[in-house]
Write a protein that binds this ligand. Structure first.
Ligand SMILES: NC(=O)C1=CN([C@@H]2O[C@H](COP(=O)(O)OP(=O)(O)OC[C@H]3O[C@@H](n4cnc5c(N)ncnc54)[C@H](O)[C@@H]3O)[C@@H](O)[C@H]2O)C=CC1
Ligand SMILES: O=C(OP(=O)(O)O)[C@H](O)COP(=O)(O)O
Length: 355
């Protein structure tokens, strides 16, 4: 069993903790919280041992009637791997703690790539991460672009990638984010940070990205144009993408016209918190003009890095191969439900994934 601690129990941390608890080869040692809010209450109700992230505040947990199992240093000490899901910049500050305890750690996309040994996307560079001390699961948008690029580059070669990222203003629970009535070029200059971030995974891919932030909370939307080395048919592209286990090629028959219906679909399908762990690509949006591929995909920012964090844990300890880890993570999270649905529409019967 891999003993895992989660430091930072917010949007990403609580989803990763739930995912860890579902894995047969992992034990969730506990979660570190800064204060006894509703997330600390629900973590305790789920039976997750609580650790105080800020020792001076430990008494607040006791006063709120929450048992503490220790402080964050105890959590780091008791864990084989730490998933750090603290806000951007805090993860880098925590690295000295992990190093002092000789505990490998996984940081998130808000941290700089220079802070870690490797940036990570399971489908692309799992083997490079084996035995590292510090990994970084790249941001939700970068993970989404990387998952799309990997099979297309492998199969057809990508000469040039261009993407405009229409970014959600904040997560649904973030009441202090915006804009609430604007459309912001964000950043106003080319490139957005996503292109260089993709190159931490694919150093040889030539990619330009633009960012725009809009008053929406549900998901990001990517408008993608890839210039390929050949000109496959739309059907061949759709077939290739539909065979990737973390891409959901949304069939037109579902009448899903945008991110709101995608989220509704996930909730109806019984997904926890309505989470969509996979990229969601509209099949009808896939178009070829000469060697140029165009499509739209949506990324559920709260959920799509969760499978990658689970795989990153196994990669750090060299516990399984990439294919084994991806398959196990998908199975235990329940990620295959949309995939099978897509295949039943496109192919009539399930086919091997990720080939
Ligand atoms: N929310 C999103 O859309 C995505 C976020 N990320 C990245 O994941 C990381 C975490 O982001 P979120 O989960 O959205 O943030 P969040 O703000 O929802 O959660 C962070 C949690 O860490 C806690 N925290 C603050 N300081 C701490 C400390 N010193 N020790 C322990 N816990 C501490 C906060 O109280 C909060 O509960 C960031 O690097 C972010 O860029 C990556 C993909 C998507
Ligand atoms: O990783 C994300 O976005 P990003 O890929 O645009 O950096 C998450 O949606 C967090 O974005 P935020 O830094 O705007 O909260």
């Amino acid at each position: 069993m891999i003993r895992v601690g989660v430091n930072g129990y917010g949007t990403i941390g609580k989803r990763v903790a739930d995912g860890i608890r579902l894995q047969p080869d992992m034990q969730l040692i506990g979660v570190a919280k800064t204060r006894p809010n509703f997330e600390a209450e629900t973590a305790a109700q789920k039976g997750y041992p609580l650790y105080s992230a800020i020792p001076e505040r430990s008494h607040q947990f006791t006063e709120a009637g929450l048992d503490l199992h220790g402080e964050v240093t105890d959590l780091v000490d008791e864990s084989d791997v730490i998933v750090d899901a603290t806000p951007s910049g805090v993860g880098a500050e925590n690295c000295s703690l992990y190093e002092a305890h000789d505990t490998p750690a996984i940081l998130q996309g808000g941290e700089s790539p220079d802070t870690v040994d490797e940036s990570f996307v399971a489908q692309a560079n799992y083997d490079d991460a084996v035995g590292a001390d510090l990994l970084r699961v790249v941001s939700c948008n970068t993970t989404g672009l990387s998952r799309l690029l990997e099979p297309i580059d492998r199969e057809y070669g990508v000469d040039k990638a261009r993407a405009t990222l229409i970014r959600r203003g904040g997560d649904p629970g973030e009441t202090d984010r915006g804009p609430i009535n604007d459309i912001l070029p964000d950043p106003v200059t080319l490139p957005s940070h996503h292109g260089p971030d993709v190159q931490t995974i694919f150093p040889d891919v030539d990619i330009d990205t633009l960012g725009v932030t809009v008053p929406a909370t549900l998901m990001h939307l990517h408008s993608v144009n890839l210039t390929l080395e050949s000109a496959p048919s739309v059907a061949a592209i759709a077939d290739l993408l539909s065979r990737q286990s973390r891409l959901f090629v949304v069939p037109p028959e579902l009448s899903i016209d945008g991110t709101a219906k995608l989220k509704e679909f996930a909730k109806d399908a019984g997904r926890p918190r309505g989470d969509l762990w996979e990229n969601c690509l509209w099949e009808e949006s896939i178009a070829m003009e000469g060697n140029d591929l165009y499509l739209f995909q949506s990324i559920h920012q709260e959920a799509n890095v969760v499978p990658e964090n689970i795989d990153a844990i196994r990669a750090l300890v060299g516990h399984k191969t990439a294919a084994e880890s991806i398959a196990l993570t998908n199975d235990r999270l329940g990620l295959n439900t949309t995939q099978q649905y897509t295949r039943s529409h496109q192919h009539g019967s399930p086919q091997p994934a990720d080939d």
